[in-house]
Design a binder for this molecule. Sequence first.
Ligand code: NAD
Ligand code: SER
Length: 313
Amino acid sequence: MQKEKILVIGASGQIGVELTMALRNLYGNANVVASDLREENELLKGTGPYVSLDVMNKEMLHVQVIRQNITQIYLLAAILSATGEKNPNLAWNLNMQGLLNVLDIAREEKIKKVYWPSSIAVFGPTSPKKNCPQQTIIEPITVYGISKYAGEFWCNYFNKRFGVDVRSLRYPGLISYKSEPGGGTTDYAIEIFHDAIEEKKYECFLKKDTYLPMMYMPDAIRATIELMEAPQKRISVRTSYNISAISFSPAEIAASIKKRIPEFQIKYKPDYRQVIAESWPQSIDDSVAKKDWHWKPEYDLEKLTDDMLKNIK
Ligand code: NAD
Ligand code: SER
């Protein structure tokens, strides 16, 4: 049987670092090639192979895939919601062309599996706010959301038309401490922990009652691996699966921190990210993921707060 050799593109980012390490534990260090445009993340150094790679350079990407005998690709390089609104053209180009380059090469080289994440940002103001279903009205208002929605249908197209086994999750806002977040609207829920420990206060760029779907990174990494390990016949969604763990507002996460750091104070100064946040659902219905490949989250707000504070300290 052919040995798996995995290429992670965007491995130095918030998800990439932890996903690369989890894949290395599973498949062996030498069998997971980390790659990124920026330099190798400190946490990855010495743990396995790293190549400098621009996903926009299709020729170089193709060369690497052949040279390294790659059998699976995880594409994480993208521009997120808040940064995307500052440079819509750049976000559209990277998020779309990067994906098309990977899908084309996957088809040509008969790559066994491709992973590409979508986001709750595909949903817009006309989608249901509570328990937003897998299939519903989808009218995103950010360039990031538009690129994710188009990307989902490219994945579906390459699967149906060319048989590429590409799988995807609509991640909620991801909370982690190992590597920095990359410019999303949900990043406040990470900054708040750092400021709570360092300064005992935080100025939040969203209003106090802005509910958003969130997930702790260990749950997101496990969801990704469980989806990718599931037998093909269990995968009924080839656009992208809704997944869910917790929903909370800035006021609720602040209260959870205050229970553990009583001096902690929060102020609210909403900026352009408020409009983005308000366009997204407050909670997500992930019953299809639960049914298809038995998805189940582990972390609630209390458990997440304990773990974040312990590890950042
Ligand atoms: P990130 O910004 O932290 O990491 C992205 C990485 O891609 C960075 O290390 C960056 O240097 C790299 N990159 C950028 N341009 C590149 C290029 N041309 N070639 C190669 N690498 C390049 O992002 P993340 O939070 O780790 O997100 C990864 C994926 O997950 C993205 O598709 C994102 O949309 C999706 N997602 C993330 C979240 C979240 O909360 N973090 C939520 C939903 C979806
Ligand atoms: N966390 C991401 C963002 O805020 C959601 O995709 O952009």
